[in-house]
Each structure stands twice: as C-alpha cells, then as structure tokens.
Design a protein around this ligand. Structure first.
Ligand code: SF4
Length: 159
C-alpha cells in the first residue's frame, strides 16, 4: 500500500521548533542589551544609517555622521560604542535609546534571534541577561518566525 497524500497538503519536512507554543517577552527597559561591559556589534546597513542620521540632524552630512557614530568592521558597518561597551546612542543619564524610533533591525528583533532561539538552553541563557524574556506579552510561533526572518534579512543586507 502506498497511500497518497491529499494534493492540497504538501508534506512538511521542517520539524516544529521547541517554542511552537509561543514565547513571552516584554521589555523592562533595563538597558542590559545596549550596554557593556561586554563589547559587541550593532550591524547597520545604508538605510539604517540614513534613518539614524535623520533623527540625529545629520540628514545632509552622512559622511560626518558616519565618522562620528559608525565604524567599519571588515566589509560591514557597526555602530560605535563608548569605551565601557555602552552603545553610542544609549543616553548615559536616562539609560534610554536616544534614536529609539530609528533603531536598527538588530535592536528591533531582540531577543528573537536565531542563536537565542536555538534551544531552550540558549533561550534560558538569553533570559539571564534580559529580564524581559518569559514575561508579559506572548508572541506566537508565527510572530516569532516573522521577527527571526527580519533579523536574517538585516544580517544579509548589512554592508
Ligand atoms: S535586556 Fe531585555 S528587558 Fe532589558 S532593555 Fe534589553 S530587551 Fe529590554
């Protein structure tokens, strides 16, 4: 016997991810993800650089903006950090993002990054540094998948 699958239901080869029931996340505004002491990279592409430059009043001086706020890392570009590892756009007094509405995709998609979602263990590790994980709003599998794909595109597009 070789049963036929109904033609409108193609077989799925993708195993369901461990977070198929969704995950909770609600930012507490603690700023851990934007601050040191660890250093890191906030990758930006040309569109994101332009958007932040506009917010910062550098819309007519993109070169000046990049000299001050962007660094080249190989073929890619990342935002500058303070020497203590804080993002250059993390306001030292309020501890809030000073370009929040124009923040890059990498920031918008946190904490739903592929590496963080790899396993329950990597998610638990992420939650140790991000108290917004596992609290508040529930994101469905579909919503998480959409966010993960945005981050993947951001990664692919970053120059
Ligand atoms: S570490 Fe998490 S809870 Fe804290 S500011 Fe970043 S996203 Fe929000």
């Amino acid at each position: 016997m070789n049963p036929q699958l109904p033609s409108h239901e193609p077989p799925s080869h993708e195993p369901e991810p461990w977070y198929r029931s969704g995950l909770a996340f609600q930012c507490t505004g603690c700023s851990n993800c934007c601050s040191g002491p660890e250093t890191g990279f906030v990758w930006v592409d040309e569109q994101e650089i332009q958007a932040i430059a506009n917010v910062m009043g550098y819309q007519n001086d993109l070169d000046g903006f990049e000299r001050k706020f962007v660094r080249n890392v190989g073929a890619r570009k990342s935002l500058v950090e303070y020497s203590d590892g804080d993002c250059i756009f993390l306001d030292p007094d309020s501890r809030k993002c000073s370009v929040y509405d124009a923040r890059p995709k990498q920031c918008r998609t946190w904490p739903f990054w592929k590496a963080n979602l790899h396993s329950p263990q990597t998610w638990a590790q992420t939650a140790k540094n991000c108290p917004g994980c596992n609290r508040g709003k529930i994101y469905s599998l579909e919503q998480i998948t959409r966010i993960v794909n945005q981050d993947a595109n951001a990664d692919a597009n970053a120059s």
